[in-house]
Design a protein around this ligand. Structure first.
Ligand SMILES: Nc1ncnc2c1ncn2[C@@H]1O[C@H](COP(=O)(O)OP(=O)(O)O)[C@@H](O)[C@H]1O
Ligand SMILES: [Mg+2]
Length: 272
């Protein structure tokens, strides 16, 4: 099939976003960005601080409107739909392990909320035995022993356990699109790589179309089938398939410097 006829899960076309226009704090965060994702694409996003990575994810999720351009999710223009409406189709995990889960609620209550996202049957109906079995089965796949702790308050879990649970909540009903914004960056290296391995397992297991921001070049190359690099609000590099597989961190660094005319401003990006 010629590329233009492959169904796209996401079409981001000619997007511009400037914060605080007309003021001394004016900042063009996205400058004519185009990004098309095919079903099952697992795209890693790399770039220095302030490159526009989080803004790109935020405009897709509907956190704030764009100045120009269109966003089409699974064939439907979503420019005018609000964040909570898009949340029915988009799973998100952020950097902060405290953000994605409700600390005062139990593991099973958190999962039940995720399962009922966008549905009318709320938590007051209770959690059924079948649901508990379903949760145990999914929790066991995390290999963190959480399947035996359904009634534990989430506030008692470690950061890594909470990120793994957030990931499960974001994907327990397969989203059309999964957005991960440096979701392993706040964890210690060992836990971070565990969460990334788990991410890969879940994304591949359900063929989820995914955008994953990482500050780590090695991880950007290791995971996914495509890597894009952002700089000053633009996508300056787009590597996929064999080209991505054949690229090492040193190559990526050279490509970055050539494409941006800049040097890496962020040591974190080089840490392996
Ligand atoms: N809500 C906001 N209000 C004002 N400026 C913002 C906001 N969000 C991001 N920015 C600015 O836009 C630029 C891109 O930010 P961001 O997308 O967060 O970068 P990255 O995630 O690549 O580090 C930065 O200069 C940042 O300060
Ligand atoms: Mg960011």
């Amino acid at each position: 099939m010629p590329p233009e006829r492959v169904r796209k899960v996401l079409k981001v076309k000619n997007i511009c976003k400037t914060f605080n226009p007309g003021s001394i704090n004016e900042k063009c965060a996205l400058n004519r960005v185009d990004l098309f994702l095919e079903p099952g694409d697992f795209v890693t996003i790399i770039g220095g601080n302030g490159a526009g990575k989080s803004t790109l994810l935020n405009i897709i999720a509907g956190v704030f409107p764009v100045d120009r351009g269109t966003i089409v999710l699974d064939g439907i223009a979503v420019n005018n739909s609000r964040e909570h409406e898009r949340a029915k189709f988009i799973g998100r995990v952020f950097q902060d392990p405290m953000m994605g889960t409700a600390a005062s609620m139990t593991i099973e209550e958190n999962l039940a909320m995720a399962l009922r996202r966008g549905k009318s049957r709320g938590l007051r109906w209770g959690i059924t035995r079948q649901e508990q079995d379903f949760f145990r089965e999914h929790l066991a796949q995390l290999e963190l022993g959480l399947e035996n702790r359904l009634k534990a308050k989430v506030g008692l879990l470690s950061g890594g356990q909470r990120q793994a649970l957030t990931l499960l909540m974001a994907t327990i009903v397969s989203p059309k699109l999964l957005l991960l914004d440096e979701h392993s960056a706040a964890l210690d290296p060992k836990t971070a790589s565990k969460v990334l391995e788990l991410t890969q397992k879940i994304v591949n297991g359900h063929s989820l179309t995914t955008l994953m921001v990482t500050h780590n070049m090695r991880d950007a190359l290791k995971y996914g089938n495509r890597t894009i690099m952002m700089h000053e609000g633009q996508i300056i590099l787009d590597l996929a398939g064999r080209e991505k597989q054949n690229t090492c961190v040193e190559d990526l660094l050279k490509m970055f410097e050539r494409a941006s005319g800049d040097t890496i401003d962020n040591d974190r990006m080089l840490l392996a």
